[in-house]
Design a protein. Structure first.
Length: 445
């Protein structure tokens, strides 16, 4: 355990929505919701102006519209998010060689490895000043994005601290005060205490971290199992010695799609799983990985979500193997009522493979003559996407439908701009992408 507050957790505030507000001047200070824009969409990120109305991540877009119908509902622009993430991660790696990204918008930083010329000691006053300057530099390199920062003696404490003063805040937990900070907090602040575990603890009268701390290890193990119980016992006492690691080990790689029209054609489902298996296997090979466990995810017409998996004796990165196992797993499920979502994942990852595991030489499965799959994109010009017009210049899609696309012409460097409408087939209007987008995506942890 560390005796200095030297683990920093940085979390970009309402990341996707903040990038949209940065790049779209007319949306600054207004509610913005990023995610699926259709009836079956899900909120990825809501701006703080939208959160006032109860909009939250993972909420259905339908419910978000009912709570905050006047918000701007935008589809994602992942090239912009990756670019902003790249800017921040590059800055953090210039601060310390030990940076552990958790996602595009958050990371741990080991301040014990920082340049002594910039951080001469790890006292509370020094790390506070250092972190304030780091937050300023994040805003500078990203064009105004804000970050909330927590610093503590462990990764657990740093992450808890970063949530205490959101948005655009900084909390440093002095060494020795961790348990006093945690005790009044809900038990759900501890990683892994989701709704099911929280309900088991509640039935036992355990509601806060202090309640967990007062419960014996054997009792916790009896409630939630050996591994989870031991983890709760340690974290409730602020015991966390996990190091900050520069490269996180990926746990799984997956691909999935949600469809506007319920799928009922079994052959089409097999073809879609085959395509997804190809995407997963390509990503595995790109990152020099292979996996033993193949899993499919199926969401039925009534929103029931099912999964089936199988484990190989040796890891593989073969498209043919992953695709065949995914199709075989589908045979165990009754999909006659219709399917809304299909997905394929590979876990149990390793950085080596057993060649020719099944005596096959062809990596790609045989091509299937498939009917056209229902599109996961509702319109060519989805709300929020970047466009450019030969005369009007750069802008973004305000909305589209009935053969018309409406564009607001503005960028991050301009004031709020005018709104114009065009036919969707107007030759002067087209989607816009940066010349050199950051395309590298981290393997999903």
């Amino acid at each position: 355990m560390r005796n200095t507050a030297s683990v920093l957790h940085l979390d970009l505030d309402a990341f996707f929505a903040s990038v949209e507000q940065r790049d779209k001047p007319s949306l600054r200070g207004k509610p913005v919701v990023v995610g699926g824009t259709g009836g079956r969409g899900v909120v990825a990120t809501a701006s703080y102006e939208a959160r006032v109305f109860g909009v939250r991540s993972a909420m259905s877009t339908r419910e978000a519209r009912s709570r905050c119908g006047h918000a701007a509902f935008l589809s994602g622009r992942f090239h912009a998010y990756r670019e902003a993430s790249h800017q921040v991660m590059t800055l953090l790696r210039s601060v310390s060689p030990l940076v552990e990204p958790l996602s595009l918008d958050e990371a741990f930083v080991d301040l014990a490895q920082a340049d002594p010329a910039e951080l001469p000691d790890l006292g509370v006053a020094s790390v506070t000043t250092y972190a304030e300057r780091l937050r300023e530099r994040v805003a500078e390199v990203t064009g105004g994005l804000t970050a909330s920062v927590g610093i503590g003696t462990s990764k657990f404490i740093a992450k808890v601290a970063s949530e205490l003063d959101k948005p655009d805040g900084l909390t440093v937990v002095p060494p020795g005060t961790e348990r006093d900070l945690l005790r009044p907090m809900s038990a759900t602040v501890i990683p892994g205490v989701g709704p099911a575990t929280a309900e088991r603890l509640r039935r036992a009268g355990i509601l806060t971290v202090a309640d967990i701390e007062a419960t014996g290890l054997d009792d916790l193990v009896g409630l939630v199992g050996k591994a989870h119980g031991a983890g709760l016992h340690s974290l409730a006492r602020a015991r966390d010695d996990r190091p900050v690691v520069a490269e996180r080990e990926a746990k799984s790689v997956s691909s999935e799609g949600t469809y506007e029209t319920d799928l009922t054609d079994r052959r089409l489902m097999e073809g879609l799983l085959t395509r997804q298996a190809g995407e997963v296997a390509t990503r595995l090979r790109k990152h020099g990985l292979a996996g033993r466990t193949v899993t499919i995810k199926v969401r039925l017409h009534d929103f029931t979500t099912l999964s089936r998996s199988t484990t190989l004796p040796e890891p593989t990165d073969s498209t043919a193997v992953v695709a065949r196992l995914a199709r075989r797993l589908l045979t165990d499920l009754d999909t006659s009522g219709g399917v809304r979502l299909l997905g394929v994942g590979v876990s149990g990852l390793a950085d080596w493979i057993q060649d020719d595991l099944f005596g096959e030489t062809e990596d790609e499965p045989e091509p299937l003559d498939l009917p056209e799959a229902p599109s996961t994109r509702r319109v060519v010009y989805a709300p929020g996407l970047d466009v450019v017009h030969d005369e009007m210049g750069r802008g973004w899609v305000w909305g589209s439908g009935r053969g018309v696309v409406t564009v607001r012409f503005e960028t991050a460097e301009t004031p709020p701009g005018p709104v114009r409408s065009f036919a969707v087939d107007d030759a002067a209007l087209r989607l816009w992408l940066p010349d050199n987008p950051v395309t590298e995506e981290p393997v999903a942890p």
